[in-house]
Design a protein around this ligand. Structure first.
Ligand code: DHB
Length: 310
């Protein structure tokens, strides 16, 4: 079986959407919920609803995608109401609420709303949006990450994970893991998109998305090696009670197998879900089951994290 346990909850499958894809409103969230995916995560909710950046702001290429959405979302109250109602409709299921503030005070205000609600699921604190003009990716400011987590865990004691940007330097893996290990995180989700890539159209000699003169977050096949590196680097460094969600470049069951081999307890699908829609989870589940059957694995724990070295 492809079942897993994360943040103290059991899931009948190890797959879900990545935040930002198929999770903007109740129709999209219900489409993921009614698919083979184990659960869903919402679009990152901000204190106020946001329209996001001007369009076109998402573009698919042969090997992936580029986006500069700019955090369009219906506001945290919308998602909190939806997940709080959905958990009543589906007793025993655990859902993920993504939130993102523009500073520490906003993060705390968002968490206070969660505390004041009946939501009993998992919070994913997004520390890595690359697309809001003038705002840095928090995950690249190590001192700020430390300060945010300190303040967050002073007031919030329910399951919470963080979504991180990709890191590209071994010292950065060391330094970030040292910070993360100080806190009772349920999980670390690696990776968000590779920030501020540039995809261009040679014929028209033009960028393909409007915001930020074409710069945007890269997802899809391009990012899998970076995602696997981040998953495994954190698997090697984090306390064993901090689990890992692997996100980045998942198009097939083989890609999921690789994320789990690198240490992921659950995986999220972004670009490929955007391309194929929630029906993708049927194919991914069948493909992962086939690989496991061929290898004689009956549970993902049989191979999770057991990557071999030369
Ligand atoms: C957006 C993109 C991201 O990669 C992210 O983590 C959050 C938001 C966006 O542009 O909306």
């Amino acid at each position: 079986s492809t079942a897993t346990t994360l943040a103290g909850s059991n899931f009948d499958n190890c797959m879900m959407n990545a935040s930002g894809v198929y999770c903007m409103d109740s129709d999209e969230l219900l489409a993921v919920e009614n698919s083979k995916a184990a659960t869903f995560v919402t679009k990152s909710g901000t204190l106020q609803p946001r329209k996001g950046n001007p369009e076109p702001r998402y573009f698919e290429t042969e090997f992936g995608s580029i986006n500069s959405m700019g955090l369009p979302n219906n506001g945290v109250d919308y998602y909190l109401d939806f997940v709080s109602q959905d958990q009543i409709n589906h007793p025993g299921k655990t859902y993920f609420l993504s939130i993102t503030g523009f500073n520490l005070a906003e993060d705390l205000e968002l968490l206070q709303k969660v505390t004041d609600s009946d939501f009993a699921g998992v919070v994913e604190l997004n520390l890595s949006c690359p697309n809001v003009p003038g705002k840095p990716q928090t995950g690249y400011d190590f001192e700020t990450v430390d300060a945010i987590l300190k303040a967050v865990f002073d007031v919030y004691h329910k399951p919470l994970g963080v979504k991180l940007p990709p890191y590209f330097d071994i010292i950065h893996f060391d330094q970030m893991a040292e910070i993360l290990n100080k806190y009772p995180l349920s999980y670390v989700n690696s990776i968000n998109s590779i920030g501020n890539g540039l995809y261009i159209n040679d014929d028209t000699e033009t960028v393909v998305i409007k915001p930020k003169q074409g710069f945007g977050g890269i997802g899809g096949e391009y990012v899998k090696p970076t995602a696997l590196a981040n998953v495994h680097a954190f698997y090697q460094r984090l306390n064993k009670d901090i689990q890992i969600i692997g996100t980045g470049g998942i198009q097939t069951g083989k890609d999921i197998f690789e994320h789990i081999l690198c240490g992921a307890s659950m995986v999220q699908v972004g670009t490929a879900l955007m391309v194929e829609g929630p029906v993708i989870f049927e194919r991914l589940t069948a493909e992962l089951e086939a690989i496991m059957a061929e290898k004689g694995y009956s549970s993902i724990e049989d191979f999770r994290g057991k990557l071999n070295y030369l």
